[in-house]
Design a protein around this ligand. Structure first.
Ligand code: FO1
Length: 322
C-alpha cells in the first residue's frame, strides 16, 4: 500500500511526547480541521501530588497551541517554578518538576477527571479552550501504565525516566492495564473511518511511546489488516535519538540502535519509513526488508522544518494537503 485511496481523506497520527509532538504540530499546520486526528500515548501518565499528569498529551497540546518550551523539550515556555519552591519548603517530592503554568493544566485536568469526566472529554475541553482545532485523543480512557523491568526491579515509567534518569539497566517493558484497555472513542472512530487516507507514526520511541498504543485492545490487529498506507518517521538520526533514552534502551533490550531495527520492530505495521538524510546509506538495506523509504531532513528545529516534514510524509503516502 503505497498510495492513499482517499487523497483528501482523514489522517490518523500516532504520537508520543517531544519528537512525536513536533511532527503532530507540523501535520496540524498543513491539514485543515476535520482531516487529522492525533492519538496519543498515555502509558507515561501517572498520579503525582494528587494530580493526574499526562506528559505526552501535554507535549502534543502545548506544541499545537504554540505554548511548548522548545529548549527543555517538555512543559510550557516562559515557565516559573515558584510552586515547586514552596512544595520544597513544605517537604514535598522534588524529583518531578511541575512549572507554575503547567500546574494550571494538571489542576484543570485532575479536578474534572475527579468530577467524573473521561480523559477524552477533559482533553477535548482543554484543547478547545486553547483553540486547537484538531482532535487530540488519548489512546484509551482506561489507565495504562508503562513499567520498566530493570536489573534493580520493576519501576513505574516516570520513576525510571525522570526519577532515575534511565540509569537502571532495562530488561523488558510492560504496559499495566493491557490487555483490557479499549481505544478511546475518538481513536476508534478515526481507525474505522471510511475516508481514512493514511496512518502516520510520528518519530516517537517505538518501545516506550508507540508500543503502548499498539497494546491497546484491537489496535495492532486493526493496523495489521488496514487498507490504507501506514508510514513511520524514524526517531533515530545517525543511530541516536535526539532526546531521551532510546539508544541506551534499544541496546539493553538486545537490539541494534539503527533504522533496520526500527523497521524490523514495525514489520507488518508500516509500509514506509522516513529516515534522516544523514542516514541515506541505510535506504537500500531497508528496502530489502520490504519497506519503501523516503530520505529527508527529519530534524525539526523550527515550525518550517515541522511543516516541511509533514508535507513530505503526506506526499509519500499520496495525501494531498491543499
Ligand atoms: N521530564 C524530565 O526530565 N524532568 C521533569 O521534571 C519533568 C516534568 C514534567 C512535568 C510535566 C510533564 O507533562 C512532563 C514532564 N517531563 C519531565 C517530561 C516527561 O515526563 C517525559 O519527557 C515523557 O514522559 C517522555 O515522553
Amino acid at each position: 500500500m503505497s498510495g492513499a485511496l482517499h487523497p483528501r481523506g482523514h489522517v490518523l497520527a500516532l504520537s508520543g511526547g517531544v519528537g512525536g509532538a513536533k511532527l503532530a504540530a507540523g501535520l496540524a499546520a498543513v491539514l485543515p480541521a476535520g482531516r487529522l486526528t492525533i492519538a496519543v500515548n498515555t502509558g507515561d501518565d501517572f498520579e503525582h501530588l494528587g494530580l493526574t499528569v499526562c506528559p505526552d498529551i501535554d507535549s502534543v497540546v502545548y506544541a499545537l497551541a504554540g505554548l511548548n518550551d522548545t529548549e527543555r523539550g517538555w512543559g510550557v515556555a516562559d515557565e516559573r517554578w515558584r510552586a515547586m519552591d514552596m512544595l520544597g519548603k513544605l517537604g514535598e517530592a522534588q524529583w518531578f518538576n511541575l512549572g507554575d503554568r503547567d500546574l494550571g493544566m494538571h489542576i484543570a485536568r485532575s479536578w474534572r477527571l475527579r468530577d467524573g469526566q473521561s480523559l477524552s472529554e477533559v482533553t477535548a475541553r482543554l484543547t478547545g479552550e486553547l483553540g486547537i482545532v484538531h482532535p487530540v485523543v488519548p489512546m484509551s480512557d482506561t489507565p495504562v501504565r508503562t513499567q520498566v523491568e530493570t536489573e534493580e526491579g520493576l519501576l513505574e515509567f516516570q520513576r525510571y525516566f525522570v526519577g532515575e534518569q534511565c540509569r537502571p539497566v532495562a530488561r523488558s517493558i510492560r504496559f499495566a492495564g493491557t490487555p483490557g484497555a479499549v481505544p478511546s472513542p475518538g481513536f476508534s472512530q478515526a481507525l474505522e473511518r471510511d475516508d481514512l487516507a493514511a496512518v502516520v507514526i510520528c518519530p516517537s520511541n517505538p518501545y516506550l511511546s508507540v508500543d503502548p498504543i499498539m497494546a491497546v485492545d484491537g489496535v495492532r490487529d486493526v493496523l495489521l489488516s488496514r487498507r490504507v498506507p501506514c508510514i513511520a518517521v524514524s526517531p533515530l538520526v545517525g543511530g541516536k535519538a535526539l532526546k531521551g533514552p532510546l539508544t541506551k534502551l534499544i541496546e539493553e533490550l538486545g537490539k541494534a540502535s539503527d533504522n533496520a531495527s526500527i523497521a524490523q520492530h514495525y514489520r507488518g505495521l508500516v509500509d514506509q519509513l522516513v529516515i534522516d538524510e544523514c542516514d541515506a546509506a541505510d535506504a537500500e538495506g531497508l528496502r530489502e526488508l520490504g519497506v519503501s523509504v523516503t530520505v529527508t531532513q527529519t530534524v525539526m528545529r523550527e515550525a518550517a522544518d515541522r511543516e516541511m516534514l509533514a508535507r513530505e510524509v503526506l506526499a509519500a503516502v499520496g495525501v494531498e494537503t491543499d
